[in-house]
Design a protein around this ligand. Structure first.
Ligand code: MN9
Length: 290
């Protein structure tokens, strides 16, 4: 099994002014993340506005990223959907495009029972040759029992690990200490040092798009045993994140990238456009970063 340890940007999806996906900017942003030294990309997830794209757009994003970067960095394709068949169609495109693994949130909206959710994962995992990184994000889908799902797949070679987007770091540690070595990634950027210290193998995050150097600093210092240094780098990252939250994290990330010379357009509706104060704050953050 390939070593997936490391730090991955939850890649944003750039849009043109008319609202269509800007595939040219997508390539630029992906290369910007990889050339900064990140381990790879997590494509089409929450940050990628995956649920605001059509299935065909999600597939096209995989094709373009695969063609551009397959074999050059680690690539995760988020194929999660309410419909198992839709997730499988996207997983097949991710496989054809050269991705290393698929990932999926639990199906949401209908409050499916645990057995249905386990079957959803089994169906996706066995539809392609790619391993599965289960995406645990209880705040978004309301599903709180990913540990029970994972326990049902401990014998299954296709289970790769978990993307843990939750403040519950006791649970992160429990994923890490199952009787099977799984890759566990920290999902809330503002808690990366804490996640690493509870055993995470790395992180996947949205702010990695615009501050990869600070994230790498946290990760490298932590791994070198410089915990104080890692905390200081985390503190630096967190002052930016704290300033962004009131205006909308994704809208701010896109505006910061624009100010850094990597234009990616705005977020898709129903995300609101950034206010004037948000734009000013984004400019300030970009200046502080350059
Ligand atoms: O993919 C992102 N999760 C969500 C990870 O946006 C739900 C994080 O990177 C957050 O955006 C970030 C700010 O809270 O930690």
């Amino acid at each position: 099994m390939k070593d997936f340890k490391g730090v991955y940007s939850a890649l944003m999806t750039p849009f043109n002014a008319d609202g269509s996906v800007d595939y040219a900017a997508l390539k630029v942003l992906a290369n910007h993340c990889v050339s900064a030294g990140l381990t790879g990309l997590y494509v089409g997830g929450s940050t990628g506005e995956g649920f605001l794209l059509t299935e065909e757009e999600r597939m096209e994003v995989f094709r373009i990223i695969g063609k551009e970067l397959s074999g050059k960095c680690n690539l995760f394709a988020h194929v999660g959907a309410i419909s198992t068949d839709s997730a499988i169609r996207m997983a097949k495109v991710a496989e054809e495009s050269g991705f290393d693994a698929v990932s999926a949130v639990a199906p949401f909206y209908y409050a499916f029972p645990l057995e249905a959710i386990k079957t959803y994962y089994a169906d996706i995992m066995h539809a392609t040759s790619l391993p599965m990184l289960m995406y645990n994000f209880p705040n978004a889908g309301g599903f709180n029992a990913m540990l029970d799902v994972v326990r049902g797949f401990l014998e299954d070679e296709k289970l790769l690990g978990i993307k843990h987007t939750s403040q519950n770091l006791f649970e992160l540690e429990m994923f890490k200490h199952l009787p099977r070595d799984l890759f566990v990634f920290n999902g809330f950027d503002e808690m990366l040092v804490a996640g690493l210290s509870m055993g995470a193998d790395g992180g996947i995050g949205s702010t990695y798009n615009f501050m990869p150097h600070i994230i790498l600093d946290i990760y490298n210092k932590f791994n070198a045993g410089d915990i104080r240094g890692a905390q200081q780098a985390q503190d630096k990252a967190n002052r930016f994140i704290e300033a962004m939250i009131p205006y909308g994290v994704f809208q701010m990330e896109k505006e910061i990238l624009k100010n850094l010379g990597v234009p990616v357009g705005e977020c898709r509706k129903p995300f609101l456009p950034l206010t004037k104060e948000g734009k000013d704050k984004a400019k300030e953050i970009a200046q502080a970063l350059s």
